[in-house]
Design a protein around this ligand. Structure first.
Ligand code: ZN
Ligand code: FE
Length: 257
């Protein structure tokens, strides 16, 4: 599947999935419509679906204008987001499936950032391609979303689901927060050599304005403190021996960072 990353607003990414044989596209979390419409016109494809991960304005802001331009498209979102996503037509729960061209996406219910948040996971259809995960504001490269409507225990449950995906899953997260995330990460995981290396390389990438999204599940499992609440080094750095408490303390420190 071809995926186009569109940078919008101050640090958001919109993702456009293309099926050039069928001349169709689907968009994940259109913060704005205009840059999406421009890409659709450039590739001469019809927009058939909006896949929303959650109701925040920087993820659904373009819905209405895109629906006006493509009245036959279908708007997908989480069942718990009923009434909060403009134009929503399909109310997805954990384990549901969505179709785009040859690809079948699996819905993961991952509350925490919001109480209704979902992710879309498209497993590989060949052995030589990665799976694709669209996880909104839940896992970020080197970090995780703030807990606006959920508890640390809920977020740990959601992260537990996500980190069961294969290491060679590409993670399409919705913000370019990686550098500041990694600057924080080294403060709670200071002896992690791969993390230290990652901070160095991401610092160079961002100096050159190179996007750091997508990231990979394997890298995140090894370097993202918000996937490592059960690792001894992380627990001892926040003086806890409980996974959820460790996660909560790390999240609390990040909120103050
Ligand atoms: Zn959000
Ligand atoms: Fe966001």
């Amino acid at each position: 599947m071809e995926i186009i990353r569109i940078a919008v607003l101050s640090d958001n990414y919109i993702f456009l999935m293309l099926d050039l044989d069928r001349k169709i596209a689907a968009v994940v979390d259109p913060a704005e419509a205009a840059p999406v419409l421009a890409e659709l016109a450039r590739h001469q494809v019809e927009l058939v679906a909006i896949f929303n991960t959650h109701h925040h304005g920087d993820h659904v802001g373009g819905n209405k204008e895109l629906i006006a331009a493509f009245p036959n498209l279908c708007v997908y979102g989480g069942a718990e987001d009923r009434g909060r996503i403009p134009g929503q037509q399909v109310y997805l729960v954990d384990g549901d499936r969505v179709q785009f061209g040859d690809y079948t996406g699996q819905i993961l219910f991952i509350p925490g950032h919001t109480r209704a948040h979902i992710a879309y996971y498209f497993p590989p259809i060949d052995s030589d391609v990665p799976g694709e995960l669209f996880c909104g504001d839940t896992i970020f490269a080197g970090g995780c979303g703030r807990l606006f409507e959920g508890t640390p225990a809920q977020m740990v449950g959601s992260m537990t689901k996500l980190r069961q995906l294969p290491d060679n899953t590409r993670i399409w997260c919705a913000h370019e927060y990686t550098l500041s995330n990694l600057k924080f990460a080294v403060t709670v995981d200071p002896d992690n050599q791969e993390l230290a290396q990652r901070l160095v390389s991401v610092t160079v990438d961002r100096q050159n304005l190179i996007p750091t999204v997508p990231t990979w599940m394997g890298i995140e499992k090894r370097t993202n403190p918000f996937l490592r609440w059960d690792v001894a080094a992380l627990q001892s750095s926040v003086a806890s021996n409980d996974g959820v408490e460790t996660f909560a303390k790390i999240r609390g420190r990040k909120d103050q960072f």
